[in-house]
Ligand binder design. Structure first.
Ligand SMILES: NC(=O)c1ccc[n+]([C@@H]2O[C@H](COP(=O)([O-])OP(=O)(O)OC[C@H]3O[C@@H](n4cnc5c(N)ncnc54)[C@H](OP(=O)(O)O)[C@@H]3O)[C@@H](O)[C@H]2O)c1
Length: 327
């Protein structure tokens, strides 16, 4: 038997992926910050498919929570509570509208939640992955400023971890036309960083001869999830209408539905078809899942290496925490 750890697997695209995985007989660790909702999903999946579903308290915006979750996961493995991990699916995330806010560690919430938490989780749990295991990152087409998605949400800024973590504090570099960076730009830039983490992880794994696979994924625009929860109700309602989907397709937005995007995420984490696609970016668009080009900037190796090293510094990664596959 095998197990997959997924963050944010109790709702939206993550839940659709989790259902697909459970239907294939794969055990699951649901990692997130909503214990009751995770428990309810765990019971449903176990009742329907007979799989083992464990829950793991994890707030990706808190470094202490990530470290505690990684320690509990390792303990679950050691006491035989779960089978070897065949994938880590970094799916939790969101856009955080309103004034800039900060994580318990004092980092800007979007960057802390979408980027640093998963960065640290992967560093800590890489040794728990089975041979040929996979790390799949849910990114977003908004990371590409040349795409319609990117233009609508807000063009990315420089993927500089030290600046992004401190947006709105005292860095002029993190300002956009004299104003604090918009929520949309904070989000799209966090997803550019996510794609760059996936590519940089692949490069580092290849250097050490690891068999682990690293993939970035854009699930497409899927309005019927909790993603727009920070938006006013009329916008949330309108964005989920067939008319909005029709308009989105007409203007070139990547569109999908929650079942297809979830099933695609599950496939990237498990299907043999994707085992040779480490370092690639996949996109779900109108019922098709395909490897495609990501934003030009995402292929910048120098920026990605700096992003990685700065992220290590921001999460205070110690030498003993860094896995041999990444040294
Ligand atoms: N929907 C779209 O159009 C779209 C498009 C491109 C990319 N994406 C990406 O797809 C992923 C899933 O989003 P979704 O659309 O399925 O929305 P969703 O239903 O809101 O799911 C987001 C998940 O992330 C979890 N999460 C948020 N902050 C967290 C934190 N600090 N710690 C742990 N978990 C946290 C949420 O948990 P709680 O329930 O506890 O809040 C929830 O389970 C996200 O990474 C999103 O950026 C979505």
């Amino acid at each position: 038997m095998s197990t997959i750890l997924i963050t944010g697997g109790h709702s939206g695209i993550g839940l659709a992926a989790t259902r697909e995985l459970a239907a294939k007989g794969i055990d699951i660790v649901l990692a997130g910050r909503s214990p009751e909702r995770m428990q309810s999903v765990a019971e449903q999946l176990h009742a329907q498919w007979g799989v083992v579903v464990r829950t793991l308290a994890l707030d990706t915006s808190s470094l202490a929570s990530v470290r505690a979750a990684a320690a509990r996961l390792r303990a679950m493995r050691e006491d035989g509570g779960i089978d070897p991990l065949i994938a880590i699916v970094c799916n939790a995330g969101g856009r955080f509208d309103g004034a800039v806010s900060y994580s318990p560690d004092g980092y800007e919430t979007t960057f802390a939640t979408n980027c640093l938490g998963h960065f640290l989780l992967v560093e800590l749990l890489l040794p728990s992955l089975a041979e040929g295991g996979r790390v799949v990152y849910t990114a977003s087409g908004t990371h590409d400023p040349d795409s319609v998605d990117g233009k609508m949400v807000g063009a990315v800024v420089e993927p500089d971890a030290l600046v992004l973590a401190n947006i709105g504090k005292n860095s002029d570099k993190a300002k956009d036309s004299g104003k604090a960076l918009s929520a949309g730009k904070r989000y799209s830039t966090s997803k550019l960083c996510t794609v760059m983490y996936a590519y940089e992880l692949d490069r580092r794994l290849r250097r050490t001869g690891s068999s682990v696979v690293s993939i970035a994924y854009d699930p497409g625009s899927v309005p019927a999830t909790g993603f727009l929860r920070g938006m006013p109700t009329p916008i949330r309602w309108f964005s989920a209408t067939p008319l909005m989907k029709w308009v989105s397709k007409r203007i070139g937005v990547t569109t999908s539905d929650v079942e297809f995007s979830g099933a695609s995420l599950a496939a990237l984490a498990t299907a043999p078809d994707y085992s040779e696609h480490s370092g690639e970016y996949f996109q779900a668009n109108d019922g098709t899942l395909a490897s495609t080009r990501s934003a030009r900037l995402s292929y910048d190796k120098r920026r990605a290496a700096k992003l990685w090293d700065d992220s290590k510094q921001l999460v205070h990664l110690s030498a003993t925490e860094e896995p041999a596959q990444l040294k």
